[in-house]
Design a protein. Structure first.
Length: 487
């Protein structure tokens, strides 16, 4: 295929060259009606490039096939049989993937370290989750992806399960043995879905962890906006083999997706694919060297412990994405949340993630010598000023086993059932009717249908007292919890 072609961008360029005047959405009419005060900030070209795909870039009645051409090029670029663009982010794409494999009332194996969007998908779709618990790293208080044997055991226990949803890389860069899990799934003749939201860059350099399509996964979802060069909400489904029907996947995407797809998303996905095919190896090679310099520089600073390949050597993860700079800050006497807040307030540096133990920064090919220096200087300043950060009530971290809660009802039944609020001190033993996710990274500590324990309540409330955000709880203060009402 000719990867110098960019069908969506070419169609957008032609639309603007023709000077078409549209008498349908969007109502701003390619910027004619945009408030100049808005255009001064976001740029008028944002509006000029915001074009309705149907009867704009790609009139389906004339079978121009602009989008299908772009998707064919994407599939070829990453070694997939089919690719589908999605403009609602991987949060929606994962929901679509799940419902393409398992319908309401059917079982699906799911990594319990899934993002809250996965739990939302389970609630919406009515899928019965069979949780596959991750490998907990007690020293780092971190969940790494489950292993093939974990998946095999759950499939043996639930032979009627329709497939497996695996999350890799995690928010912290640790990766699963995707090929091992895929082969276990295929032994049972079920598909493997990989939520590879953090892995759009993986196909384009051999020093990066295995890419799901190369590792025999059936369906892989990526968020190109996370580690790639497309704008926010840019997501792609990648498909191979015959265990998931492309027709079913497209129908399910139509069911859940928007009918007003963004040309901005399509255009930037198209352009990023061309960039990666033509320049990706070199760009990522530079990013990898930069990340290693940053990791080494951070490791030389007292009180900072960057995570790296030692998690693989210790058998805790199959691989590690070196472009994730994950730094344990506990030796400074502060939490990751405090470190993140200090860096933002005092150095205008926004890290990608933080929790009670660590901060993380994603290094991409967009970084340069300036951003490298800014990050290292900010980390050095954090170390020098850590003693001046006010000490807060510590987060009472539970034992890893305490996070494996009993599933007493399906998430859908619990979420949509009759509920009541109870004081936090009386919540232990009750069935949760809500999702409770410390954010970031947004992995639920409690999912609907799980039995709440005193240890988890203590952990969550100590987190709130420390400043942890719980954006999805009905009562973000966790003074009360929403639980299934008693008969």
């Amino acid at each position: 295929m000719d990867h110098s072609r960019v069908p969506v961008l070419e169609a957008l360029e032609e639309f603007r060259r023709r000077g078409d005047v549209a008498y349908g959405p969007p109502g701003h009419k390619q910027g004619r009606g945009a408030d100049p005060r808005v255009a001064d900030i976001v740029g008028l070209d944002v509006f000029r490039s915001d074009v309705l795909s149907l009867n704009g870039l790609d009139d389906r009645r004339q079978s121009q096939g602009v989008l299908s051409q772009a998707q064919e090029l994407m599939a070829d670029a990453v070694g997939a049989e089919r690719a589908f663009f999605s403009t609602c982010g991987s949060s929606l794409s994962v929901k679509t993937a799940m419902i393409s494999v398992a319908g309401p009332g059917e079982k699906l194996l799911v990594s319990r370290n899934a993002h809250k969007s996965v739990v939302a998908g389970i609630v919406v779709n009515g899928v019965v989750p069979i949780w596959v618990h991750p490998k907990f790293d007690a020293e780092r208080h971190l969940a790494h992806p489950p292993e093939p044997d974990d998946v095999r055991r759950r499939l043996q226990e639930h032979p009627d399960a329709k497939g497996m949803l695996l999350i890799t890389p995690t928010d912290w860069g640790t990766c699963a043995d995707v090929q091992g899990v895929a082969r276990v799934c295929h032994e049972f003749d079920v598909p493997l879905i990989v939520d590879e939201a953090w892995g759009a860059h993986l196909p384009f350099h051999p020093a990066l962890p295995a890419w799901g399509m190369d590792a025999e996964a059936d369906l892989v979802v990526t968020s190109v906006h996370k580690m790639g060069g497309a704008i926010e909400q840019s997501s792609v489904f990648h498909l191979q083999y015959d265990r998931v029907s492309p027709e079913v996947l497209k129908q399910r995407e139509d069911l859940l997706g928007t009918t007003s797809a963004s040309s901005l998303v399509y255009a930037t996905l198209d352009g990023w694919r061309r960039q990666m095919v033509e320049q990706g190896h070199g760009l990522l090679e530079s990013a990898l060297h930069r990340a290693e310099r940053i990791r080494a520089g951070a490791g030389d600073l007292p009180g900072l412990r960057p995570m790296g390949s030692e998690v693989v050597e210790a058998g805790l993860a199959a691989e590690f994405d070196p472009l994730k700079i994950v730094i344990d800050v506990r030796e400074l006497g502060v939490t990751g949340m405090q470190a993140a807040e200090w860096l933002r307030a005092h150095r205008h540096v926004d890290v990608g993630g933080s929790d009670s133990c660590r901060i993380s920064a994603s290094i991409t090919y967009a970084d340069d010598d300036e951003t490298e220096k800014i990050l290292l200087d900010a980390l050095r300043a954090l170390v020098e000023n850590a003693d001046g950060i006010e000490r807060q009530t510590p987060v009472r971290l539970p034992q890893p086993s305490a996070l494996e809660l009993e599933q007493a009802m399906t998430p859908r039944e619990a979420f949509f059932g009759t509920a009541e609020h109870v004081p936090a001190e009386r919540a232990a033993g009750r069935i949760a009717a809500e999702t409770i996710s410390p954010y970031p990274p947004g992995v639920p500590a409690v999912a609907p249908g799980e039995v709440i324990t005193a240890e988890v309540v203590d952990y969550l409330r100590s987190g709130v007292a420390h400043g942890v955000l719980i954006p999805d709880a009905a009562d973000p203060t966790l003074e009360t919890l929403r639980v299934v009402a008693k008969d």
